[in-house]
Design a protein around this ligand. Structure first.
Ligand SMILES: Cc1cc2nc3c(=O)[nH]c(=O)nc-3n(C[C@H](O)[C@H](O)[C@H](O)COP(=O)(O)O)c2cc1C
Length: 175
């Protein structure tokens, strides 16, 4: 892939919130997870884990925990991306909390882009009640759910969103 293909790949991704019923195949899931496992992480400790949710009742429970957002219930696959505090804090102490969240966020981004590479659609979902998700999935205390990544085959072409001018983000040398 050359740089213009890479930039086209990125700009053609957009969040999709309507999916068909077709399941994400085991082979696609395997591909997506293998891609995530290439993500960088603090100290190479990979302080992230995922819970794969395909069962409809559980997806509907997750939807409720996500303030009723229907794409969570509709997506054939929801990947609950988690930070694993113990894996990181055992080495980095308090700083490990931040590193675990960063590790999980990067791994989640890889999952999202890997889904895009397989012509699947997704929606990163951050608005949910953490305690409800922890309880329903039996997450141990040191596991923090960071995002619900809804994945499926979109029923509509994604609509691309606008971005701020890059210059608005950039500060040279000092703020
Ligand atoms: C941290 C984060 C939290 C988000 N939470 C939600 C959410 O709860 N519900 C939702 O529908 N989309 C959510 N999104 C998706 C954003 O709305 C979307 O990425 C943004 O509008 C840009 O659109 P695009 O993904 O189509 O490029 C979230 C994205 C991020 C990165």
């Amino acid at each position: 892939m050359d740089f213009s293909e890479f930039s086209g790949f990125l700009t053609n991704r957009a969040s999709v919130r309507e999916y068909g019923k077709e399941p994400v195949t085991d082979e696609e899931i395997r591909f997506i997870l293998d891609c995530a496992s290439t993500a960088p992480s603090a100290g190479n400790l990979e302080a992230w884990d995922v819970v794969l949710v395909t069962d409809e009742d559980t997806r509907l429970e997750l939807q409720e925990a996500a303030f009723g957002q229907e794409h969570i219930g509709k997506a054939p696959l929801v990947i609950v991306v988690c930070a694993n505090y113990i894996r990181s804090m055992a080495h980095y102490g308090e700083r490990g909390i931040l590193y675990a969240v960063q590790d999980a966020t990067i791994a989640g981004t890889y999952l999202m882009l890997a889904a895009h590479a397989r012509n699947l659609h997704s929606c990163w979902t951050g608005a949910f009640v953490e305690e409800d998700v922890k309880k329903m999935l039996g997450l141990p205390q040191h596991i923090r759910p960071v995002a619900l990544l809804a994945i499926g085959k979109g029923t509509m072409p994604p609509s691309l969103t606008e971005r701020m001018a890059v210059a608005e983000h950039v500060h040279y040398g000092q703020w």
